[in-house]
Write a protein that binds this ligand. Structure first.
Ligand SMILES: [Zn+2]
Ligand SMILES: [Zn+2]
Length: 258
């Protein structure tokens, strides 16, 4: 498998995943130009994408879709209520629109969307299964239910939100209503929530976790890493043996292969 996180955070998200026979983009929340450039830079022809999978309708996940789909004609999958909630500016032509069901099979890869808690119409994360390999993309979550913990368990590679540090958010520049939204159960995961979830969940030995969707105002990469490391170490996880931590970047491509 190959993973290229082209962009991650509130300024835009796009994740390319090549697994088995499937060539997939999860979200297209940066400009079509940047997606095209990012894919070409890692040797991927955008015209050969099998599908674009949408997590939810917020513009940091879909703003590049209209132009990108018109140019490269990839089918776009999203939940029905997600399609219904699309802003007019993000309109995707009917020819490319697909309704996301309970599961999907592309190129021998089983793709299972799962419901997450976020202030969008019908937000999802995704699990990808091929042979023994499992990859998960799960960002934009106000909390992680037991159900989601099962959905994301035993992954080999996981892109997982670590959005903010609670103290930085509380003392930061955001207006009160926005702080409340982010801290709520349909907002975003704090570093500590992410750390605790990782500590609790069933893990595959040697797994790789990419901390993603970090806030540029209410977090910093070192703090996210150290918070998660500390909790995992306390819990007895041996870093760089049992679990490898990595950081996604807001605008630079982060690549990984297995
Ligand atoms: Zn987002
Ligand atoms: Zn969102």
């Amino acid at each position: 498998m190959q993973l290229h996180i082209l962009a991650s955070g509130s300024t835009g998200n796009a994740i390319y995943l090549k697994i088995g026979g499937a060539s997939i983009l999860v979200d297209a929340g940066i400009s079509a130009r940047r997606i095209e450039k990012g894919l070409r830079a890692v040797g991927v022809d955008p015209a050969e994408l099998d599908a674009i999978l949408v997590t939810h309708e917020h513009s940091d996940h879909v703003s590049g879709l209209p132009v990108f789909t018109r140019k490269f004609k990839a089918p776009v999958y999203a939940r029905r209520r997600t399609w219904d909630a699309f802003q007019p500016a993000h309109h995707v032509e009917a020819d490319y629109r697909r309704e996301l069901g309970a599961r999907l099979e592309i190129g021998g890869v089983r793709i299972e969307p799962f419901a997450i808690s976020h202030d969008a119409a019908e937000p999802v994360g995704y699990s990808f299964y091929h042979g023994d390999l499992k990859c998960v993309v799960a960002t934009d979550m106000g909390c992680v239910s037991e159900r989601v913990e099962q959905d994301i368990a035993l992954a080999d590679v996981m892109v997982f939100e670590s959005n903010h540090d609670v103290a930085m958010l509380r003392n930061g520049p955001y207006p009160e209503y926005l702080k409340k939204r982010i801290l709520g159960t349909r907002g975003h995961l704090s570093n500590l929530e992410t750390a605790r979830c990782l500590a609790r969940m069933d893990k595959k030995c040697g797994m790789h976790v990419f901390l993603a969707h970090l806030s540029q105002h209410n977090n910093c990469p070192d703090l996210a890493l150290s918070t998660v490391e500390k909790v995992l170490e306390q819990q007895g996880t041996r870093l760089d043996q049992d679990l490898f931590l990595h950081l996604a970047h807001p605008s630079d491509t982060v690549s990984f292969s297995l």
